[in-house]
Design a binder for this molecule. Structure first.
Ligand SMILES: *[C@@H]1O[C@H](CO)[C@@H](O)[C@H](O)[C@H]1NC(C)=O
Ligand SMILES: *[C@@H]1O[C@H](CO)[C@@H](O)[C@H](O)[C@H]1NC(C)=O
Ligand SMILES: *[C@@H]1O[C@H](CO)[C@@H](O)[C@H](O)[C@H]1NC(C)=O
Ligand SMILES: [Zn+2]
Length: 471
C-alpha cells in the first residue's frame, strides 16, 4: 500500500507542477522564477521535483528536429514524404526509431514482422504494461506528421517522465507498428492486426504479393526480416498483454482547429469495410454496336457507384460514409464499350450493423444491376469488414483529467479514420488523443501540426501514461 500511495502522490505533485508551470508562462517572469525554484509554499519538495522543473517541459526543439530528420527518409522530394513498407528508406527510418528508443533508455525488441517495442520496466514488471505508439510508414506523396507524432511523441513523453524523475509501477512501452498504411500489400494496419491475433491475415500473407509481384516474405527478407510462415503466429499477443493502449495522432480532420480546441479525446473509432466488385459484358465497337443490344460493364459500375451514395445517405446518419475510390474500365479505349469494370468501395460507420446493412444492400443492387443490364457480376468480394472500437471509459477519464490539469481545452470526438488502435482494442483497453492539424490536411505534403500542439498532446499522453502506470 505504502509505495502505491507515495507514487500516486508523486504523480499529483507532477501534475501540479506541470499545470502551475503552464499557468506561470503567461505571468511575470520574477514570479515564475520564484515558483520554479522555491517549490512554492504548498508544494512539499520531493526528490524528483527537486530537479529543475523546466525539465518537465517537452523538448520541442529536439522533437521538431526528429520529425524533420525522419521526414528525410523518403523516396520523394521534400516537402512530400513517401516511405513504403520494407523499402530501403523504411529500414533506415526504423533504425532511426530504434536508436531514439535506446537513447531514451528503453529496452528494444522487434517481432518477426518488424513491430518495434521499447520498454521502460516498472517497479512491478510482472504487471501488464501500459503501451502507446503509432506508425511511421507514409503513403506516396504524403506528409511528415501522420503516425510519426504518435511514435516520436511517445518517446518524448517517456523522456519527459524520465526527466521529471517519475518511476513507473507498471512498465511503459512504446510501440512502432509495421505498415499501418495499405500501400504495398493492400492491407492496412498489418502489424497491429497480427498483434491482435488475426489468423486470417497470417494465412493471407502466405499468398500476398505487391504490385511488382514481390511476395510479402521476399519484401520482408530484403528489409532484414527473415520470416518463416510459422513465425507469424509468434507475433500474436494474448489478450491482457497490456493494461492499456494509447495512441497520439493528428486529427486528420478540421474540427479541433476550427473550434480552437487543443485536445481531442477519441470515444470510438469508425468501423471500416471494403468491397471489390467486377462486372463483365460483351464489349464491342463504340460505333457499330447499337444501344439496345449492348451490355456495358462500365455503365453497371457507374450505376453501382451511385447506389453506394444512395444506400449510405439512406442510413440517415452522418456517421455512415461510402466511397468508390477505384473504378477501372477495360479495355479503356474511347471507341470501345467497356467489357469489364472493377470497383473498390470503402464504407465506414461507428455502428457496425448499419454499415453491414449498407453492404448487404450494395450486394443486392449489384445483382439487380447485373440482371437489368445483362452483364455478369463476376465478383463481389468483401475484402475486410472490421468491427468498430470503443475507447475504454477509465482511459477517457484519465485523459480528461490530464487535459484539465494542464488547462488544455478538450473535447470528446469520434475517429472517422482508422488507426492501429482499432486493432489494439481487440486485445487491450484503448484510448486515443487527437491534436489539431492545419485545415485537417493529411495524406498530402501540406499536412502540418504546430510543435506547440504536438507538445500539448505529448503532455497529455505523458500524464495519462503516468496515471495508468500507477493505477
Ligand atoms: C486556463 O486557460 C484559460 C483560457 O485559456 C485562461 O483564461 C486561464 O487563466 C488558464 N488558467 C490557468 C490556471 O492557467
Ligand atoms: C509472380 O511470381 C510467381 C512466382 O515467382 C510466378 O509463378 C507468377 O507467374 C508471377 N506472376 C506474374 C503476374 O508475373
Ligand atoms: C488517474 O486518473 C483517475 C481519473 O480518471 C483518478 O481517479 C486516479 O486517481 C488517477 N490515478 C492516479 C494514480 O493518479
Ligand atoms: Zn496514421
Amino acid at each position: 500500500m505504502a509505495p502505491k500511495l507515495s507514487q500516486s502522490f508523486l504523480l499529483s505533485v507532477l501534475v501540479f507542477f506541470l499545470s502551475s508551470i503552464l499557468a506561470a508562462t503567461h505571468e511575470d517572469p520574477t514570479r515564475r522564477t520564484m515558483e520554479e525554484f522555491s517549490g512554492y509554499p504548498t508544494v512539499p519538495l520531493h526528490s524528483f521535483l527537486s530537479l529543475s522543473p523546466s525539465s518537465l517541459f517537452v523538448d520541442k526543439e529536439s522533437l521538431q528536429r526528429q520529425i524533420d530528420e525522419l521526414s528525410t527518409f523518403s523516396d520523394t522530394p521534400a516537402p512530400s514524404v513517401t516511405r513504403v513498407l520494407y523499402s530501403e528508406k523504411d529500414v533506415l527510418a526504423r533504425r532511426y526509431i530504434k536508436n531514439l528508443m535506446e537513447q531514451a533508455g528503453l529496452s528494444v525488441r522487434e517481432d518477426a514482422v518488424g513491430n518495434i517495442f521499447g520498454r521502460w520496466s516498472g517497479s512491478e514488471p510482472a504487471l501488464a504494461a501500459v503501451a502507446t505508439g503509432s506508425h511511421i510508414d507514409a503513403i506516396p506523396y504524403s506528409g511528415r506528421y501522420d503516425g510519426v507524432v504518435g511514435v516520436l511523441g511517445a518517446i518524448e513523453a517517456i523522456n519527459l517522465l524520465k526527466r521529471s524523475g517519475f518511476q513507473p509501477k507498471k512498465s511503459l512501452e512504446v510501440i512502432m507498428f509495421t505498415s499501418e498504411e495499405p500501400t504495398r500489400f493492400g492491407i492496412g494496419c498489418l502489424g497491429s492486426r497480427l498483434l491482435a491475433g488475426s489468423e486470417t491475415l497470417a494465412n493471407a500473407l502466405k499468398e500476398t504479393v505487391d504490385g511488382q509481384n514481390i511476395s510479402f516474405f521476399g519484401a520482408a527478407k530484403f528489409a532484414g526480416y527473415n520470416i518463416h510462415e510459422e513465425h507469424l503466429s509468434n507475433v500474436f499477443l494474448k489478450k491482457g498483454s497490456y493494461f492499456a493502449f494509447l495512441e497520439l495522432h493528428i486529427e486528420q480532420g478540421p474540427i479541433l482547429e476550427e473550434e480552437g480546441v487543443s485536445i481531442g479525446i477519441v470515444t470510438a473509432i469508425a468501423a471500416p469495410a471494403s468491397v471489390k466488385v467486377e462486372f463483365e459484358g460483351n464489349g464491342g465497337h463504340a460505333g457499330a454496336v447499337l444501344m439496345p443490344t449492348r451490355n456495358d460493364a462500365g455503365l453497371a459500375a457507374a450505376e453501382l457507384a451511385l447506389a453506394v451514395e444512395k444506400h449510405v445517405l439512406d442510413s440517415g446518419s452522418v456517421d455512415t460514409v461510402g466511397t468508390v475510390g477505384i473504378l477501372e474500365l477495360h479495355p479503356g479505349a474511347i471507341n470501345s464499350i467497356p467489357s469489364k469494370s472493377h470497383l473498390e468501395i470503402d464504407t465506414r460507420d461507428i455502428d457496425e450493423k448499419r454499415r453491414n446493412s449498407v453492404i448487404e444492400k450494395l450486394h443486392q443492387s449489384a445483382i439487380d444491376i447485373a440482371k437489368n443490364r445483362r452483364v455478369k457480376l463476376s465478383e463481389f468480394k468483401i475484402i475486410n469488414q472490421d468491427p468498430p472500437a470503443l475507447s475504454e471509459k477509465s482511459i477517457i477519464n484519465a485523459m480528461e483529467v490530464a487535459a484539465q490539469h494542464l488547462n488544455l481545452s478538450h473535447k470528446l470526438m469520434i475517429s472517422r479514420a482508422y488507426h492501429d488502435s482499432l486493432f489494439m482494442a481487440r486485445i487491450s483497453p484503448m484510448g486515443m488523443i487527437f491534436i489539431p492539424c492545419y485545415k485537417g490536411f493529411s495524406h498530402k505534403p501540406e499536412e502540418y501540426a504546430s510543435i506547440d500542439d504536438i507538445a500539448n498532446g505529448v503532455k497529455v499522453l505523458a500524464l495519462t501514461l503516468a496515471n495508468l502506470s500507477l493505477d
